[in-house]
Design a protein around this ligand. Structure first.
Ligand code: ZN
Length: 209
């Protein structure tokens, strides 16, 4: 959603659904944890009745624990929170689940994968950022693939079922690299909206073996 035209969000989000996507990824930024601002709960609440997409809300906040209730009340189906800020992560993930949403944990590109390990039994999804978050249109960090492979190995070893998601610089070329590195869930913003055929773009990613 960050890469949409913010003056016509409802129309651009309808295009996401029309192109065959099942999820809408919503990047929430606070100007502190990341050097940009984006949307608040009101935006999510206003879009909720206009879309049947699964709302995948990614909180890039210094104090995500203070906004969990607001975004779930607004209509988030999934809430992912970063491992880097100093707050009670385990409690926050438990609250997300207790409030009826799916919890996720997020790693910045330079954060070691081991930082997520204590929380992996609690989550439905792990998001490995493939750019430093803050702005759309940055280039993809291929070294993050070591982490997605490690997350898959940990998942198998511990019989867990979380998804492995990437976010940042995803296009058809980088999606192929991610798919080969055990990624099953892709966030695409700039490449999707710039695509001449958005339906074809999504089906090309979805059909990658
Ligand atoms: Zn995101």
């Amino acid at each position: 959603m960050l890469a949409a035209d913010h003056s016509r969000l409802a129309d651009d989000i309808a295009a996401v659904g029309d192109a065959g996507a099942r999820w809408l990824h919503v990047d929430i930024m606070d100007g502190h944890f990341v050097p940009n601002l984006s949307f608040g709960p009101q935006t999510v609440a206003d879009l909720r009745p206009k879309s049947t997409l699964f709302f995948d809300v990614h909180l890039m906040l210094d104090n995500p624990q203070e906004y969990i209730e607001a975004f779930i009340e607004a209509g988030a189906d999934q809430v992912s929170i970063h491992v880097e800020p100093d707050y009670d992560i385990a409690n926050s993930l438990a609250r997300i689940r207790n409030l009826g949403a799916k919890p996720g944990i997020v790693l910045n590109p330079k954060t070691n994968v081991e930082a997520a390990f204590p929380y992996l039994s609690q989550v439905d999804i792990v998001l490995a950022m493939t750019v430093q978050p803050g702005f759309g249109g940055q280039s993809f960090d291929q070294s993050v693939m070591q982490k997605t492979i490690a997350l898959d190995a940990y998942r198998n070893k511990n019989s867990l079922k979380y998804r492995i998601q990437v976010d940042g610089g995803i296009n058809l070329e980088t999606a192929r690299i991610c798919r080969d590195s055990r990624v099953d869930t892709f966030v695409a913003g700039t490449a999707f909206f710039k695509s001449d055929d958005q339906e074809q773009f999504l089906s090309a990613i979805e059909s990658m073996p």
